[in-house]
Write a protein that binds this ligand. Structure first.
Ligand SMILES: [Ca+2]
Ligand SMILES: [Ca+2]
Length: 247
């Protein structure tokens, strides 16, 4: 089910967003690319094997957006569950890690590995944002609220502290800090006390790259991901790309 990228629905929702956003919130269709014949990697790193979905492309200058539910799962029978019952999600649904689990615990890396291919047209530094929700289920504020993130081909950094680097192909915890029961764009890398900042990633040249997500906290809801170029004028996701009541 996760592998069935329904491009028509994506285009439909994007167009709906344009209609809702008005003004200069110009968001074009996501034309994708042919997954069976992907473009060359942006920096010469071989792509991860077995990716089955089309690469996401820009929806506006320096803005890429992908649906959590349209990634390529390394293990299709992993513990991500696609749902659509909760209002306010975007696209056709969202993923929940270990839905129905009896505890609010976490697991280490390597479970629920998903690749999200995308094609960069404008090289440079982008900020990664996730649209997430931690459910109102009685758990503590810092539970049900994180995943692991990284990129297959390039390093990720956060903040300005020396050593704040996620190596290419590796992942690190990224958490939702928006409180319980709400969809929020954002997320910070957890480098410990005083070292929690949003992730930034630099793509040295145009081409195809891969976002990596691993499941971490049970019950975390993951709706969308976005990459926003540091020079983009379309980077206000809450204004332009995430109106309420869509889907
Ligand atoms: Ca947590
Ligand atoms: Ca979604």
């Amino acid at each position: 089910m996760f592998r069935c990228a329904v491009r028509g629905m994506i285009v439909g929702s994007v167009l709906a967003l344009v209609a809702c956003g008005g003004g200069n919130d110009v968001i074009g269709p996501d034309s994708g690319s042919d997954a069976s014949n992907p473009p060359a990697s942006g920096n010469g790193v071989p792509p991860p094997p077995g990716v089955t979905v089309a690469a996401v492309t820009e929806v506006a200058d320096g803005v890429l957006i992908g649906e959590a539910e349209e990634g390529s799962h390394v293990n299709p029978s992993d513990q991500w569950t696609e749902k659509s019952s909760l209002g306010g999600h975007l696209g056709s649904g969202y993923l929940v890690w270990k839905v129905g689990a009896g505890s609010h615990g976490t697991n280490g890396t390597g479970q629920g590995v998903i690749y999200y291919p995308f094609t960069i047209a404008k090289p440079g530094t982008y900020r990664l944002k996730l649209r997430m929700q931690e459910p109102s289920d009685g758990a503590a504020e810092d539970e049900d609220n994180d995943v692991f993130v990284g990129f297959h081909e390039v390093t990720t950094t956060w903040g300005s502290k020396a050593g704040n680097v996620i190596a290419a192909g590796s992942v690190k915890k990224m958490f939702h800090g928006g409180g319980k029961g709400s969809w929020d764009w954002g997320g910070n890398i957890d480098g410990g006390d005083g070292n929690r900042q949003p992730p930034d990633v630099t793509f040295p040249q145009a081409g195809t790259y891969h976002l990596i997500i691993h499941g971490r906290s049970s019950h975390l809801h993951l709706d969308r991901w976005a990459l926003i170029h540091e020079d983009s004028a379309s980077g206000d996701l809450n204004r332009a790309l995430a109106p309420s009541g869509n889907g």
